[in-house]
Design a protein around this ligand. Structure first.
Ligand code: KG4
Ligand code: ZN
Length: 329
C-alpha cells in the first residue's frame, strides 16, 4: 500500500489529490480557471501560470486536509511534467520538487496523457484488462494507443492537425456558444437533427490517424454561407456527429484488429455523451469510461499513474524538468 500525493497544473486546472494504492481517492481537489479563460475565449498561457501560482498552495493544503492526512502519511509525490503549457507545468513541478526536498519524499514525474488513461483505475470495482485500446481525446491531444501492460504503450495513431477538443472549442466559438466548447456544443446539439447539415469526415484510409481541419473549414464555410438562416442546434449536432463518427469507428476497429480486452476512454472529450454511447453500442468488448469529473483534468489520475510507477521503482531527480511536448509512446 502506498499513498501518493498527485499534482497537476499542465493547462488551466490547478489540482492536487491523495490516492491510495493507485485505486482509491482520498481527496481530489480541482480548481478550474474556466471562469477567467471564458473572458478571453480560450486559455492565455501567461494568465494560466499566474493563476496556478496563486492557488497551488491552498489547493495542496485542501487535498491533504480533505483526505485527513499530513505530510507524514504521504509515501511519494507524483507530478505532471508534460505535455502541456510550459509556464503552467513549471508551477506544479517546482511545487512538487520543493515539497519532495523539504519532506524528503520520492518524486515521480508523470505524463499527463498516461494520467488520463489511468483515470480508469480509479473507478470502483473495475480492473482494466490488457491489452486495451485507449482513446485519449482532450483539448490538446487525440491519440489512439494500445496499452499492453502498466507503463507499456504503442501509439497507433494521432491527430495530424487539430485535437478533438480543440475542434469542439473552435466550432463553439464559430457558433458563439462560449468556452469550453465541448460541453456547449453537446448542450446545443441535444435533441437536434444531425442530418440537416452535411459535414465531411476525414477517414484517412489504412491509418489510425485523425484529421479535423477539413471539418473545421467546412464548418466555417457553412456558418458564413448560412447567415440568418443558420440553425445553431442542428449545425452543432452535425458537427458533433462528424467527430463522434470518426473517433468511434477507428477506436472500435483498432480494438478488433489488436484483440483488445477493453476499450478505455480518456480525456475531457470522453465526457461527451454521444461519443460514449456510440462506442459502447459498437465495441463488442467492455468499454471503460471514467465519471466526468475524472475525464477532465484532475490530480487523482496523476496519483494513480504515480502509484504504479513508484511501485515499479521509478524515481525522478530533483532537477526534473518540464516537457511541453511529451508523446505517450
Ligand atoms: O482533458 P481536458 O480537461 O484538458 C486537456 O488536457 O486538454 O480536456 C478539455 C477539452 C476541451 O477542449 C473541452 O471542450 C472538451 O475537453 N470537453 C468536451 C466535453 N467536455 C469537455 N468535448 C466534448 N463534449 C464534452 N461533453
Ligand atoms: Zn488533459
Amino acid at each position: 500500500m502506498a499513498r501518493i500525493l498527485g499534482i497537476e497544473t499542465s493547462c488551466d486546472e490547478t489540482a492536487a489529490a491523495v490516492v491510495l494504492d493507485g485505486r482509491y481517492i482520498e481527496s481530489n481537489i480541482v480548481y478550474s480557471q474556466d471562469d477567467v479563460h471564458r473572458l478571453t475565449g480560450g486559455v492565455v498561457p501567461e494568465t494560466a501560470s499566474r493563476l496556478h501560482l496563486r492557488t497551488i498552495v491552498s489547493v495542496l493544503e485542501r487535498a491533504l486536509g480533505e483526505a485527513g492526512r499530513g505530510w507524514n502519511d504521504i509515501d511519494a509525490i507524483a507530478v505532471t511534467h508534460g505535455p502541456g503549457l510550459a509556464g503552467s507545468l513549471l508551477v506544479g513541478v517546482n511545487t512538487a520538487k520543493a515539497m519532495a526536498f523539504a519532506r524528503d519524499l520520492p518524486l515521480v514525474g508523470v505524463n499527463h496523457l498516461e494520467g488520463h488513461v489511468y483515470a480508469n483505475w480509479l473507478v470502483d470495482q473495475i480492473e482494466p484488462e490488457f491489452p486495451l485500446v485507449a482513446l485519449i481525446v482532450s483539448g490538446g491531444h487525440t491519440d489512439l494507443v494500445l496499452m499492453e501492460a502498466h507503463g507499456r504503450y504503442r501509439r497507433l495513431g494521432r491527430t495530424v492537425d487539430d485535437a478533438a477538443g480543440e475542434a469542439f472549442d473552435k466550432a463553439a466559438r464559430m457558433l458563439q456558444l462560449g468556452y469550453p466548447g465541448g460541453p456547449a456544443i453537446q448542450r446545443a446539439a441535444e435533441g437536434a437533427d444531425p442530418t440537416r447539415y452535411d459535414l465531411p469526415r476525414a477517414k484517412l484510409q489504412g491509418r489510425w490517424d485523425f484529421s479535423f481541419s477539413g471539418l473545421k473549414t467546412a464548418m466555417l464555410r457553412t456558418v458564413q454561407q448560412a447567415n440568418e438562416s443558420l440553425v445553431v442546434p442542428e449545425l452543432a449536432a452535425a458537427f458533433q456527429e462528424a467527430i463522434v463518427d470518426v473517433l468511434a469507428t477507428k477506436t472500435v476497429e483498432a480494438a478488433r484488429e489488436f484483440g483488445a480486452e477493453n476499450i478505455a476512454l480518456a480525456g475531457g472529450v470522453a465526457a461527451n455523451v454521444a461519443l460514449r454511447a456510440r462506442i459502447q453500442a459498437r465495441a463488442g468488448v467492455p468499454v471503460l469510461i471514467p465519471p466526468i469529473r475524472l475525464c477532465t483534468d484532475n490530480a487523482a489520475m496523476i496519483g494513480a499513474v504515480g502509484h504504479f510507477r513508484f511501485e515499479a521503482g521509478d524515481r525522478s531527480p530533483l532537477d526534473l524538468d518540464v516537457f511541453p511536448v511529451l508523446p505517450i509512446a
